[in-house]
Design a protein around this ligand. Structure first.
Ligand code: NAD
Length: 349
């Protein structure tokens, strides 16, 4: 399948393929929209089975970034990068410098940051060769740095909003919450949830990350293939996307799904399936915008940590509006969020 007739092609403005023989770097950058500003979105480094999977991922993720940035009220369009991880391209400073040169060659239409498989340190190497990067360590009370704690804070407050709307309680005390993936965001989220008195169920395919979490707090470890179907009140997906499908949804016991992972719904029909089962879904790109809010404040140099905290707090208000509308109209939450995002982008053109 080509690009223009690809199922996930959504009038993306441009697509950039990069190959570097020396470092083995292979990367794709997708610029979905620059209508609201430079296309911003993190870099995912992942061992894709093939190029086609990487293309599908970057097309979906970049569109999601356009929607996320629009709904969060940021002066950013949407883009995303994927680096194809392989034994031929081991992680190294030079790999990230080379990737930085690729980003630089796009001339500012794409701004990168860290995502799954990349760290703040990796972005430092990117920054050695380009200004079009954010998510770097900051001094004093300036906004920026690792976006994950902000993503986790927005998710935590989003879980509170969803629990209030669906379970009739904003207090998370005693609620059973399953967190899929305890990486950068998941671990921070667990800390917030635990502090609020939730009973935690966690899974991860990485044993070290599991151990780090269970060393720090009480949590029941569940096998990765069982976590989605655990007998819990809330499911917080914080690993990868494509997990809510026609085959998983009928087996889910949670009444609320609210977590950080991008592209949780496999297809739009899966959002309808959740609504039909009366499972309240917090649209992923609305609830997980905390990190990009911090990235935007850092990139534009126009905010303190307190400003970012206040802005992240507004994610909860947006979710409350969406949940209220869903209740009044009977429409699925993902549809309402998509409509809002598309209207905001169209209004700016
Ligand atoms: P991460 O790589 O640090 O953590 C992901 C964790 O999920 C890892 O520990 C990994 O081992 C685990 N995992 C992978 N497959 C799994 C499976 N099948 N079952 C259980 N665990 C599994 O990534 P992150 O930065 O924490 O991001 C998590 C999700 O949130 C991603 O989908 C990312 O795109 C999204 N997100 C992250 C941010 C951010 O600020 N980091 C912002 C918005 C969205």
């Amino acid at each position: 399948m080509g690009v223009f007739d690809h199922n996930e092609f959504d009038n993306h403005e441009s697509l950039h393929y990069f190959n570097d023989e020396k470092t083995g770097l292979r990367a794709i950058v997708a610029v979905h929209s620059t209508a609201l500003g430079p296309a911003a979105g993190g870099t995912r480094r992942w061992a894709y089975e093939n190029d086609a999977d990487a293309l599908t991922d970057v097309l979906r993720l970049s569109r999601g970034m356009s929607y996320k940035n629009a709904v969060a009220g940021l002066k950013f369009g949407g883009g995303k990068a994927v680096i194809l991880a392989s034994d031929n391209a081991p992680k190294s400073p030079e790999l990230f410098r080379t990737f930085g040169r690729c980003v630089n060659s796009i001339g500012g239409d794409y701004v990168t940051a860290e995502d799954v498989g990349c760290s703040v340190d990796d972005m430092r190497y990117v920054h050695e060769v380009t200004e079009y990067v954010s998510g770097l360590p900051q001094l004093g009370g300036a906004a920026g740095g690792d976006p994950s704690p902000w993503t986790a804070l927005g998710c935590f407050q989003g879980v509170q909003a969803a629990a209030a709307a669906r379970l009739g309680t904003e207090s998370l005390k005693g609620l059973r919450i399953a967190v899929q993936g305890v990486g950068h965001v998941g671990l921070h989220l667990c800390r917030f949830l635990r502090e609020a008195g939730a009973e935690l169920y966690i899974s991860d395919v990485n044993r070290e990350n599991l151990k780090m979490t269970t060393d720090e707090m009480p949590a029941t470890v569940v096998a990765p293939n069982e976590l989605l179907f655990a007998d819990v009140d809330v499911l917080a997906p914080c690993a990868l996307g494509n997990i809510l499908t026609s085959s998983t949804i009928p087996k889910i016991k949670a009444k609320v799904i609210a977590g950080a992972a991008n592209n949780q719904l496999s297809t739009a029909a899966d959002g309808v399936r959740l609504a039909e089962r009366d499972i309240l879904y917090a649209p992923d790109y609305v609830i997980n915008a905390g990190g990009i809010i911090s990235v935007a404040a850092e990139y534009y140099g126009n905010g303190s940590e307190d400003d970012v905290r206040a802005d992240v707090g507004r994610i909860k208000d947006r979710l409350q509006d969406i949940f209220k509308q869903a209740k009044e109209t009977g429409r699925p939450t993902h549809e309402l969020a998509d409509e809002l995002a598309r209207n905001l982008i169209a209004a700016s053109r």
